[in-house]
Design a protein around this ligand. Structure first.
Ligand SMILES: *[C@@H]1O[C@H](CO)[C@@H](O)[C@H](O)[C@H]1NC(C)=O
Ligand SMILES: *[C@@H]1O[C@H](CO)[C@@H](O)[C@H](O)[C@H]1NC(C)=O
Ligand SMILES: *[C@@H]1O[C@H](CO)[C@@H](O)[C@H](O)[C@H]1NC(C)=O
Length: 382
């Protein structure tokens, strides 16, 4: 956590000069990453919550469709859940509102969802300023939706679910099949930004991007205590995942993450500026000729065991395109090494909204030191 200037001091010029000198030094001591510095230096962030939408980078682009005229502000006041008849004040009620909806939480709360929560398009979950946990049963799914932000939530101990009915977007009752028990599922969705969440200890994995999803950015999250962490594409026969594009940036993977950070089928994954502290099987891998550009990450191999190799690759796919796993400017510690496959050079081709400054791998430990849901104090900044 950083201590920056409380705004009430700014009316005293003398204090202000002294203070800004002090503050600059304190704040500059820990450089902020490219996403955070877009909003975290604002001491009045509570009154400017929607500025966050302009801070995203990578394939999701800027989330400006989620803000502006007509945005409904919805406050969750009730941790309860009724999947078939959601009550006003609950999270489920808010996530089903049509149109741009910016959801915040009145107080700290633990939400135990009775069934999977379907999040509709143009929805933002903003957990800043409070301690919100979604835990102990069903968790979140973004299904056939676009323009979704999930920020500042702790999601953990998600359990597998049997088939059942839930209310979905437009008030439709939808039959859902069995669910594996992931913290967040992104299924046939596009333009999704998942930032500053703490995800751990679920039945299946922590984050799945499947079903032909496109333009997803996964940033500043803290992943821990999980066997298989992240799946991009879940099925070798699902060719639509060839269109999948995911940026995985500034996340922290530790402790006790064993594999799949991520495991990719088809598609393009730009894995950049993440901190990996140990793994059991591997850190990054895949099947079905995905393209993985690993760039300026910090890979710290496990102290014990012989799995120093970062990468894992399943099968050789003779019929189709050659594979590409490549590493640019990564930092390898403790004997970690990367086995490249194929040629270097397939770049993410970001447009102006998507491209961002890539930091040097040697400062990734600092830049990811506040990954996960932030603790924002009342008076000061996050
Ligand atoms: C996914 O969404 C696209 C349109 O966004 C649609 O054409 C496709 O059929 C969907 N796939 C599945 C499996 O639902
Ligand atoms: C995904 O992003 C690209 C730019 O990289 C854009 O052209 C495309 O329309 C986006 N697709 C969706 C479904 O958001
Ligand atoms: C890819 O680039 C890395 C460093 O940028 C280099 O060490 C490696 O030899 C290159 N591999 C190929 C196949 O060109």
């Amino acid at each position: 956590m950083r201590i920056c200037a409380p705004s009430r001091f700014t009316s005293f010029p003398f204090f202000f000069i002294l203070f800004s000198f002090f503050i600059q030094n304190v704040c500059l001591a820990k450089p902020m990453n490219v996403i955070d510095k877009c909003w975290r230096q604002d001491t009045n962030w509570r009154n400017h919550r929607q500025r966050l939408a302009r801070c995203s980078v990578g394939f999701a682009g800027k989330m400006t469709n989620n803000i502006g005229k007509g945005t409904i502000r919805y406050i969750v006041t009730d941790p309860g859940d009724d999947p078939l008849s959601p009550q006003p004040g609950t999270l489920r009620y808010g996530t089903l509102i049509e149109g741009k909806t910016w959801i915040t939480f009145r107080k700290n709360m633990k939400i135990k969802l009775q069934k999977v929560l379907l999040i509709s398009s143009y929805t933002t979950l903003d957990g800043r300023g409070v301690d919100v946990h979604i835990e102990g049963n069903a968790c979140l799914v973004i299904y056939k939706a676009s323009n979704v932000i999930i920020h500042g939530i702790q999601i953990h101990h998600c359990k597998a679910q049997g088939p059942g009915l839930v209310m979905g977007p437009r008030g439709m009752i939808m039959p859902l099949g069995p669910m594996d028990g992931d913290a967040i599922g992104v299924v046939n969705a596009s333009k999704v930004w998942i930032d500053h969440n703490t995800l751990y200890s679920c039945d299946d994995g922590l984050l799945d991007v499947t079903g032909g999803s496109k333009n997803v950015t996964i940033s500043n999250n803290w992943f821990k205590n999980q066997e298989g962490v992240m799946l991009l594409g879940h099925d070798d026969s699902y060719l639509r995942d060839q269109q999948m594009k995911v940026t995985i940036v500034l996340n922290r993977f530790r402790p006790n993450c064993n594999q799949r950070m991520p495991r990719v089928r088809y598609g393009y994954a730009h894995v950049v500026n993440n901190l990996y502290q140990g793994w059991k099987q591997y850190a990054i891998g895949g099947s079905m000729h995905p393209i993985i550009k690993s760039e300026s990450n910090d890979f710290i191999a496990p102290q014990s065991g012989n799995k120093k190799v970062v990468t894992w690759r399943k099968g050789v796919d003779r019929n189709s395109k050659p594979w590409t796993f490549y590493s640019v400017n990564d930092l390898f510690e403790n004997g970690a090494y990367f086995k490249s496959t194929g040629k270097n050079g397939s770049v993410p081709s970001y447009n102006n909204e998507q491209k961002f400054h890539i930091a040097k791998a040697k400062i990734v430990k600092t830049l990811t030191s506040s990954a996960g849901a932030l603790k924002c104090s009342k008076a000061l900044t996050c």
